[in-house]
Design a protein around this ligand. Structure first.
Ligand code: FES
Length: 164
């Protein structure tokens, strides 16, 4: 009679109850995680492939000034590549031209030329960019200003592209 109170021997060796057997096993979890990771990696490769196969953006050519319109040390505003994109053309004292987007890379205020120290200044948070290459040299901006690619044909200056 006392044998009825004891669980059978097989239950001691296999102690999983019938209603608990739907819980996921460690092996199934490992399989799920491996397959899930593989799918995510495959999707990333596919997205990278799509991105690389996109053609580079093409920019229009736009005549923006005549060289003699901008004196050495001076600057001029223009719009490129669309009428919504404010840009600034700077002529160094040496006569070299540089052009950048006028939109500050911090919080999008308009930068202005400071010929006294050869910088582009953002009045919103005192950001400062070099006119040589558009890199940030002071204040909160961490990214350089997008450069407008220029071509000089005779006396005329053309904008032909944007380098972010
Ligand atoms: S928006 Fe130009 S420094 Fe903040």
């Amino acid at each position: 009679m006392s044998d009825d109170a004891q669980p059978p021997k097989w239950r001691q060796d296999f102690p999983i109850r019938w209603d608990d057997d739907h819980y996921i096993t460690r092996r199934e979890l490992a399989k799920f995680l491996t397959l899930g990771s593989g799918l995510i990696a495959g999707a990333n490769v596919m997205i990278a492939g799509i991105g690389l196969s996109q053609p580079a953006p093409r920019f229009p050519e736009a005549r923006i000034a005549t060289a003699s319109e901008v004196a050495p040390g001076a600057s001029m505003l223009f719009r490129y590549p669309t009428e919504e994109d404010a840009c600034i053309l700077v002529r160094e004292a040496s006569g070299a031209f540089h052009a950048y987007s006028q939109v500050c890379t911090h919080l999008s205020c308009a930068v202005i030329h400071r010929p006294a120290d050869g910088t582009l200044f953002c009045p919103c948070h005192q950001g400062l960019f070099s006119t040589d290459d558009g890199r940030p040299i002071a204040g909160p901006p961490t990214r350089r200003l997008p450069r407008i690619v220029l071509e000089q044909r005779g006396a005329a200056l053309f904008a032909v592209g944007v380098e972010a």
